[in-house]
Design a protein. Structure first.
Length: 305
């Protein structure tokens, strides 16, 4: 009996044979986890950091943070900043940071904050917030200009928020202070003669008055005096967020080293720096008993020699 013929082996055409390695490679790319196409990570969404406080007088602080984050972008995720949407007090802002609802705060230092939050000890504003101009009623300008330092302390009353850094500084120096928990109320209280002067940072006073000129036309910046106390402004993060603190610290030091932070400061505050060069104010210097031990010295050389 004749055996059945062996099955004839078929061979693909030469053109198909040339395409097989390409097709096989494409198939392997889809199924093999070690292949480069498989291991390429998908695009990472930017990291959102919620910040506090917000408003025009704080814009520069967040420009500095953006600059620091940009200096570390090569090794970190892209990051965008989003202001915390509610207008809360500084104490409440600290509580929200500790709870994780806020990621970065930019405020002055004191012992309580250093005990509850993690500071990046590089002064964002180079001491400018501690140089306090006095917002007054314009009709009081001549009276205040004629006063001695002792008169300024004993005959005037000052308005401050209960949570602001200059409150314990001025009380320790013997000044009479009226307080409120509302920032906006301080302008109306001054206009209504509830106190005589409202101390504001060199970077704050004119911006705030310009925004309220129509509502409070009788208020003005006093022309002959200023108060000064050392008061560095830091970025703060949750004490558990060491990685973010290190990134901000590294970025700020890089921006200091290449001069970009100083250039931004001098461009942003060009008006205030020019004013300091021509003004001949009498500056009353105050101690700041709230500074924690070991606080680095404040360097004002970028704007005030």
């Amino acid at each position: 009996m004749r055996s059945p013929p062996a099955r004839q082996r078929t061979c693909p055409p030469a053109r198909l044979r040339r395409r097989l390695p390409v097709a096989l490679a494409l198939a392997l790319a889809l199924v093999l986890p070690g292949h480069a196409a498989w291991s390429r990570p998908p695009p990472t969404a930017p990291l959102t950091l919620h910040t506090y406080p917000g408003g025009p007088i704080y814009d520069y602080r967040w420009k500095v943070l953006e600059l620091a984050l940009a200096h570390t972008r090569a090794n970190e995720r892209d990051t965008r900043l989003e202001p915390y949407p509610e207008d809360v007090t500084q104490d409440r802002g600290q509580q929200l940071l500790e709870a994780g609802a806020i990621d970065v705060i930019a405020l002055g230092t004191n012992a309580s904050r250093e005990a509850h939050m993690l500071p990046i000890r590089i002064d964002i504003l180079r001491g400018m917030v501690g140089y306090r101009l006095l917002v007054i009623r314009a009709s009081d300008q001549a009276r205040i200009a004629a006063m001695s330092d002792r008169d300024m302390r004993e005959r005037l009353s000052y308005g401050l928020n209960t949570q602001w850094a200059d409150l314990p500084v001025m009380r320790a120096a013997g000044y009479t202070v009226e307080t409120t928990t509302s920032y906006e109320n301080l302008f109306s209280m001054l206009a209504d003669r509830r106190f005589d002067a409202f101390p504001r940072g060199l970077n704050e006073a004119r911006i705030e008055l310009d925004a309220r000129r129509a509502r409070y036309p009788g208020l003005a910046v006093e022309q002959t005096r200023a108060l000064y106390f050392p008061f560095p402004i830091y970025f703060w993060v949750n004490r558990a967020n060491v990685a973010l603190a290190r990134r901000i610290d590294r970025g700020m030091r890089l921006a200091l080293a290449d001069g970009s932070m100083r250039e931004m400061f001098q461009r942003y505050y060009a008006t205030e720096i020019a004013m300091m060069k021509k003004d001949r104010r009498h500056v009353i210097r105050l101690d700041n008993p709230t500074l924690p031990s070991g606080t680095p010295a404040v360097d004002t050389s970028w704007w005030w020699q």
